[in-house]
Design a protein around this ligand. Structure first.
Ligand SMILES: Nc1ncnc2c1ncn2[C@@H]1O[C@H](COP(=O)(O)OP(=O)(O)O)[C@@H](O)[C@H]1O
Ligand SMILES: [Mg+2]
Length: 575
């Protein structure tokens, strides 16, 4: 081991600190500066001078103050106590939440807390990384599985007794490695898996426009670009509440002044629709507020994905939600400008693209070291300034993700929510998920999706034509397309997050609503063939189908089928 050296602070510029005199430091290693040992990370090293980004306020820090290298990268402690907790970007518990947040209701992490441990491995067992050592029922819904960490293999020569333990206790000795209940992992390094697998099964979000048109697989990635007020936060929170992921890691970089305080006020109160328990039982929150040190924001998305990987390794399907990555990218920009880096695009450093890739690439379905299939899904919002999707954060994100849910200002303005538009959105998972649906009882899923996307595209084209010539001047067939597209939008795609019956929609009800609209459409086409004028068809009252999504619960398909039957009857009477 090299002898730790002591360096000196040369220059302080906000969160950017230059240090001289430290030896044997590599980039991405931790340093501590000043009397208060403020944590920072070596970002660039040139001619013996280290430029570090510091994760705490640097007020009071001055040239001449001491600096130390810690000889390890920025890491987070992974162990019991994460679920239900609120942390800053470097995973320090925000139990002093009041320091940053106006809310008093945020849950606290108690360092003295103990956990009831049940061993699952026996002395003498020959173990490999990922092997189950024991469990803690961390919350009523999540069993915390303590595994032999990467690098620990060999005979189990010691294991903690059943009973209460704190996170600082020793858990086991595996081969030559002593394992604790809590273990550190560097945030910028993906945790290992046995094998990466192609994502194949859907993450059911319960949001019709996503599940029907732009689906996402478990272990996949999605980006949600949208201007201010188009519904990014609402959509991401709907996914946090309703998707069938097991564990949610919510990384918030609030866009509005007290948005993060609102989130911290609301999330802990939410009841998990799946369990009837608080949603926090399976949620970890990482909060960045505008009054926190800006560089902690930079670390937060990697901390978040590391926590998600940790739960994946236990065999869970985890999801990371980052709202919004634009605020995260501002930290990169701030660092770049303060270090005088030559800016690449719009003030962002040239590393923006690789930093985003390093985040999204950690999503995936995998066979874990322990042998189970589990996943990390990553979903990030971006707020392109002025809605300009060619701006760097949006453009790079779009390249890296498999699904794009593009929020459309016009739809949001018309209060069509979720405002996911059909011109710019895409899902690269759709084909594979269509095969999955076909193998799991819904062979028509892919056909239905293609028809709907084609009808919406066609109606956009016709609508701009109708604006010129008037819709009554269009041929009857095309008038029916416009009518159906309206029905698709109003009866299927619109979904209110505020309506108890419609906040979540089961896949069966989604299919029933969509099929009802398509059957009505097919019947209209038949009538046109039979020379029934479009003007008569347009007079049929289809509002029962529009109301069907709100009738009955999330699984209730009776309203959809009865509305369809009554409309088909009225149409038939036109012959
Ligand atoms: N699915 C939805 N259902 C009902 N209202 C919505 C929905 N999505 C967005 N809204 C409305 O739009 C407003 C702004 O949404 P928000 O998610 O805060 O936007 P953003 O995060 O893009 O700035 C919300 O306060 C709400 O009134
Ligand atoms: Mg928002």
């Amino acid at each position: 081991m090299s002898i730790p050296s002591v360096g000196k602070v040369l220059r302080v510029n906000g969160p950017v600190v230059e240090i001289g005199g430290l030896k044997n430091v590599a980039t991405a290693e931790l340093v501590e500066v000043g009397r208060d040992c403020l944590p920072g990370e070596a970002v660039t090293i040139r001619e013996g001078i280290i430029t570090a980004q510091v994760y705490a306020y640097t007020g009071g820090l001055a040239p001449g103050d001491t600096a130390h290298a810690l000889g390890r990268p920025l890491s987070v402690a992974l162990g019991p106590g994460l679920l239900g907790g609120v942390f800053d970007g470097t995973m320090r518990p925000l139990d002093a939440a009041a320091e940053f947040l106006e809310t008093a209701g945020a849950p606290q992490v108690d360092a003295a807390r103990t956990w009831a441990f049940t061993p699952r491995a026996a002395l003498g067992d020959d173990l490999k990384p990922g092997a189950l050592l024991g469990v803690i029922q961390e919350t009523p819904v999540i069993e915390h599985r303590l595994l032999a960490p990467p690098g620990a293999s060999g005979r189990l020569t010691w294991i903690a007794a059943p009973g209460e333990h704190s996170v600082d206790d020793r858990l086991a000795t595996v081969g030559k490695v002593t394992v604790g209940f809590s273990n550190h992992w560097p945030v910028r390094k993906p945790r290992p898996v046995a094998e990466r697998l192609p994502a194949a099964s859907p993450l059911v979000t319960g949001q019709r426009v996503l599940d029907l048109l732009y689906p996402i697989a478990k272990g996949s990635t999605a980006c949600v670009p949208g201007g201010f007020g188009t519904g990014k936060t609402m959509l991401l929170q709907q996914i946090a509440k309703w998707s069938d992921a097991d564990v949610i890691v919510y990384v918030g970089c609030g866009e509005r002044g007290n948005e993060m305080a609102d989130v911290l006020d609301e999330l802990p109160r939410l009841v998990d629709p799946r369990t009837g328990r608080p949603l926090m039982d399976r949620t970890v929150i990482i909060a960045n507020t505008s009054n926190m040190p800006v560089m902690a924001r930079e670390a937060s998305i990697y901390s978040g994905v590391t926590v998600a990987e940790y739960f994946r390794d236990m065999g869970y399907h985890a999801i990371v939600i980052a709202d919004s990555t634009s605020r995260w990218a501002e930290a990169l920009r701030e660092f770049a400008s303060r270090t005088g880096q030559l800016p690449a695009e719009e003030g962002y450093p040239a590393s923006l693209s690789s930093a985003l890739a390093a985040f999204y690439e950690r999503a995936g379905l995998a066979r874990t070291l322990g042998g189970t299939e589990a996943s990390v899904t990553v979903i990030g919002a971006v707020s392109p300034p002025g809605g300009d999707v060619t701006e760097p954060v949006t453009a790079h994100s779009t390249r890296f993700v498999r699904s794009l849910w593009s929020l459309d200002r016009d739809l949001a303005y018309a209060r069509h929510y979720p405002a996911v538009g059909w011109t710019a959105s895409f899902s690269r998972d759709a084909e594979r998920l269509g095969a999955w649906k076909a193998a799991h009882g819904d062979p028509l899923w892919a056909v239905r999706r293609e028809r709907v996307i084609a009808l919406l595209g066609e109606s956009d084209r016709l609508r701009s034509m109708a604006e010129l010539v008037g819709s009554t001047a269009l041929p009857d067939l095309e008038r029916v397309v416009l009518l159906t597209a309206d029905l698709i939008r109003e009866a299927v795609l619109q979904q209110s997050a505020l309506s108890p019956n419609d906040v979540y929609c089961s896949p069966a009800k989604q299919a029933a609503l969509m099929d009802a609209v398509l059957q009505v459409h097919d019947h209209c086409l038949e009538l046109i063939q039979a020379k029934v004028p479009a003007s008569l068809i347009e007079e049929v009252d289809m509002s029962s189908l529009v109301r069907a999504k709100d009738a009955g619960g999330p699984d209730d398909i009776a309203a959809a089928t009865s509305a369809r039957d009554s409309i088909l009857g009225q149409l038939e009477a036109l012959r």
